[in-house]
Write a protein that binds this ligand. Structure first.
Ligand code: F3S
Length: 405
């Protein structure tokens, strides 16, 4: 791998031990993927998770004197100040959360604690070379915005933020951004939930290949939330950091352009029945619930307003908690505009900075939850809480009657 003189100095430790560690990782990654050199990045996003390994890595770099040169935005951990008033965590869990915040602050990250950077806090332009981690963020910035990032881990994204560079391979190169197989979508698609189910369905057999979705019956452009759901699920049931929608996404104005002149490896059709069967397969059966959890990926302000509309002034059933996880700016807007207070009166709580996959939610384990996100259900079930997956209106009805149908 070709390195400039400055990069060699970094690798030899002449710019500090933290920078050396970051450079070692980028060079190892580059060699593993046959990258010929490093290229500058203009933006970074780090999926800090509040897990020991990520926090250790950040501490290693920060203690070695490293600081971010391309300031990263950060994924959510959890809102220690508000959630410890409601739920119990162990001293170790609290300590890890506090150490995580401290170490990312020390390395110079922008502590946005939000998993939808491409919608607000860190929006790349078409063609920008960036290093983003977070499974819902990478498909959005690659596919919808036309920026160029690999499916980074929190470790490699932080190394890129420190060095300001990333190895030139994968989705930074034209030839790897071409579609590989064609999906003709006949199933009707409306709200974000439908797009999420489609993403989960296609991701299951996509692996890490790039799908090209042909959806001629979708006349108007889907909402940003729908596209976010599509990518989040593609990149959870599969490992798909990029997709095309013919006539909609910027590198797929035509079917030919989406495939870059290459013949698709395969082609198949997705019907309404396929998505219905997918929903049945991925969701728990209904039953009495103790939790409604929305906001994986983080809910936007528009989605918060939609919840209030669907609640129709009704109160959440006793014994059921209803949480909407959102970004700090959407929470602020909902506070200023009144939705937060009105929803609180109905028993619906909003929280920023927080991921569904954190120890603060363990009080609900053992009971049944309901969510509109297969990704949420997937992660929560690993921690011991089964989830029913329903569209938003079904989640709201479950909250009001205490039972998911
Ligand atoms: Fe966001 Fe955590 Fe879900 S980072 S997408 S709330 S798993």
């Amino acid at each position: 791998m070709l390195l400039t003189d400055e990069e060699k100095r970094m690798l030899e430790g002449q710019c500090g031990k933290g920078v050396m560690k970051a450079m070692e990782l980028l060079v190892a990654l580059g060699k593993a993927f046959d990258a010929e050199r490093l290229i500058p990045v203009t933006r970074t996003h780090v999926a800090l998770s509040g897990q020991e390994g990520d926090t250790y890595w950040c501490g290693l770099l920060a203690d070695g004197g490293a600081r971010c040169t391309v300031i990263p935005t950060t994924n959510p951990a959890w809102d220690v100040a508000s959630l410890t008033k409601r739920y119990e965590v162990t001293a170790e869990e609290l300590d890890l959360a506090l150490r995580t915040v401290d170490v990312y602050r020390r390395i110079g990250a922008a502590l946005t604690f939000c998993c939808t950077p491409g919608l607000g806090t860190n929006i790349p332009a078409f063609g920008e070379h960036i290093a983003f981690s977070e499974s819902s963020a990478t498909p959005y910035v690659n596919s919808i915005l036309g920026a160029r990032t690999n499916r980074e881990s929190s470790v490699s994204a932080l190394a890129a933020a420190v060095v300001g560079k990333t190895p030139l391979y994968g989705f930074h190169l034209d030839e790897n951004r071409r579609g590989q197989f064609l999906v003709r979508v006949e199933a009707p698609l409306g709200e974000p939930y439908d797009w999420g189910l489609l993403g989960w369905y296609v991701g299951r057999f996509a692996g890490s290949r790039v799908p090209v979705l042909h959806i001629p019956h979708v006349g108007s452009r889907p909402s940003p939330e729908a596209l976010l759901y599509l990518g989040a699920e593609l990149n959870t049931s599969g490992a798909v950091p990029m997709y095309h929608i013919v006539g909609m996404t910027p590198e797929a104005q035509t079917l030919e352009k989406a495939f870059g002149g290459v013949v698709p490896e395969a082609e198949f059709v997705v019907t309404k029945r396929d998505l219905r069967e997918q929903e049945d397969a991925v969701s728990e059966k209904g039953g009495c619930i103790n939790l409604v959890m929305l906001g994986c990926p983080h809910y936007t302000y528009a989605q918060i307003r939609e919840v209030e509309r669907l609640m129709k002034g009704r109160h959440v059933r006793d014994g059921v908690a209803f949480w909407i996880l959102t970004s700090y700016d959407a929470l602020e807007l909902a506070s200023r505009s009144g939705e937060r207070e009105r929803l609180a009166e109905l028993g619906v709580d909003l929280v920023a900075d927080t991921c569904i996959d954190e120890p603060c939610w363990k009080s609900f384990e053992g009971g049944l939850g309901v969510t509109d996100s297969p990704k949420c259900a997937y992660y929560r079930e690993r921690r011991g809480q089964p989830f029913v997956i329903r569209r938003l209106s079904g989640c709201v009805e479950a909250a009001v009657c205490g039972e998911a149908l």
